[in-house]
Ligand binder design. Structure first.
Ligand SMILES: Cc1cc2nc3c(=O)[nH]c(=O)nc-3n(C[C@H](O)[C@H](O)[C@H](O)COP(=O)(O)OP(=O)(O)OC[C@H]3O[C@@H](n4cnc5c(N)ncnc54)[C@H](O)[C@@H]3O)c2cc1C
Length: 343
């Protein structure tokens, strides 16, 4: 029998950032992660304090970014790498009105730290009204992050590359494992979890393209118009992702693919080759807040879900909230507490 403090189910952002809290605090754990691509692994990796449609910000944006920076430094302490790529988002303006709106918003207390007013005119692409850059935005090296964590988990005997079978929980044991706590971080697969299937998480399908551009952009910036465009390596750019709350199918949607082709062609007037089309399902919640908490009847079972479109910031920030809630009974913020749905 293996004795651990924690079992984590799911190896996306929620599971990995929670595992980081355990590593930091010297807790023993195993992590169950099925060998299929999670929403996290198809994500763009964008870290962004601004809602780029109407130029607003969101709850705890600055706190979340500061906390992510600290966390990624801590992670570099044991993986040897910092996965943050410090290239700002450049939002391409559709028209003069948008540029003026950005300018006006940049003068408000809320947006001042984020909206840079030195507009740029970028070569190779169409941007007649220029582009505004978002201070403190960045992107994560998603592939490096997941590959290195997998290697770290294997090396330290944490990883079970299996599907977690809920029917095998018996008191404080699961198969050959004796545990104190189980934290479920399953993304939309929570719908199959008999303990938490009722939580109001809604799948929002997102697609991205991997493309080879015929005309190089000559920089590493993240460009945003409709969707995000940025280099993954010397050859390939990422463009995505779409949003579709109604699609559930396990295949590429031609409509979403076309949306991406149209979106990219709107500002990249040269030819490009589509190398891959991928999709994933964001676990979203109507009130746009994650869901954390303890099962009402099983006090050793917890849920960490609902990260929505901001898996990196939410996963990182709220992993500590949940850890402290479990370990030192720190009350959860009511905005993210599972109890807001179970009262
Ligand atoms: C196209 C796209 C682009 C995105 N871009 C960004 C972005 O730029 N920035 C950002 O912050 N967010 C982005 N997101 C959102 C982000 O990806 C999600 O918020 C995040 O992935 C959710 O993480 P999670 O860990 O909750 O779930 P997931 O990433 O889905 O991970 C859950 C994991 O649990 C596993 N699992 C479930 N049940 C079991 C079981 N019984 N046994 C074993 N394993 C199990 C699943 O297989 C999966 O691997 C994007 C999403 C999409 C789809």
């Amino acid at each position: 029998m293996e004795n651990v403090d924690y079992i984590i189910v799911g190896g996306g952002y929620a599971g990995i950032f929670f595992a980081h809290q355990l590593i930091l605090n010297g807790k023993s754990f195993v992590i169950f992660s099925e060998d299929r691509k999670s929403a996290s692994q198809v994500s763009a990796g964008i870290v962004n304090p601004v809602v780029l449609k109407k130029f607003t910000t969101f709850w705890l944006a600055k706190e979340q970014i500061d906390f992510l920076n600290t966390t990624l430094e801590e992670i570099a302490g044991y993986t040897g790498k910092n996965y943050l790529i410090n290239e700002n988002i450049h939002r391409i303006f559709h028209d003069q009105k948008e540029q003026e709106l950005w300018f006006a918003k940049s003068d408000t207390d809320e947006l001042k730290p984020f909206l840079n007013t030195e507009f740029k005119s970028l070569g190779t692409i169409l941007n007649s009204f220029g582009a505004g850059s978002v201070n403190l935005s960045a992107r994560l090296n998603v592939e490096g992050f997941f590959n290195d964590f997998k290697a770290f988990f294997i090396e330290n005997n944490h990883l079970r590359e299996d599907r977690f079978d809920y029917s095998k929980i018996s008191g404080n044991t699961y198969d050959d494992i004796s545990f104190k706590h189980i934290v479920f971080c399953e993304g939309i697969a929570v719908k199959h979890n008999p303990f938490f299937s009722e939580i109001p998480v809604v799948a929002n399908k997102g697609h991205h393209l991997k493309v080879k551009l015929s005309e190089p952009l000559g920089h590493q910036l993240t460009l945003k118009k409709k969707h995000f465009l940025f280099p993954l390596n010397e050859e390939i750019h990422y463009y995505g992702g779409t949003y579709d709350p109604n699609e559930r199918g396990d295949e590429v949607d031609e409509f979403a693919k076309q949306q991406l082709i149209d979106g990219l062609s709107e500002f990249y007037p040269h030819s490009y080759e589509i190398k891959e089309v991928n999709y994933g399902f964001r676990p979203t919640v109507k009130d746009r807040r994650p869901i954390l908490g303890t099962h009402p009847e099983h006090s050793n079972l917890y849920v960490f879900n609902g990260l929505g479109a901001r898996g990196i910031l939410n996963g990182c920030y709220f992993s500590k909230e949940l850890f402290e809630h479990i370990e030192i009974q720190k009350p959860l913020m009511p905005e993210v507490d599972l109890k807001r749905f179970t009262k």
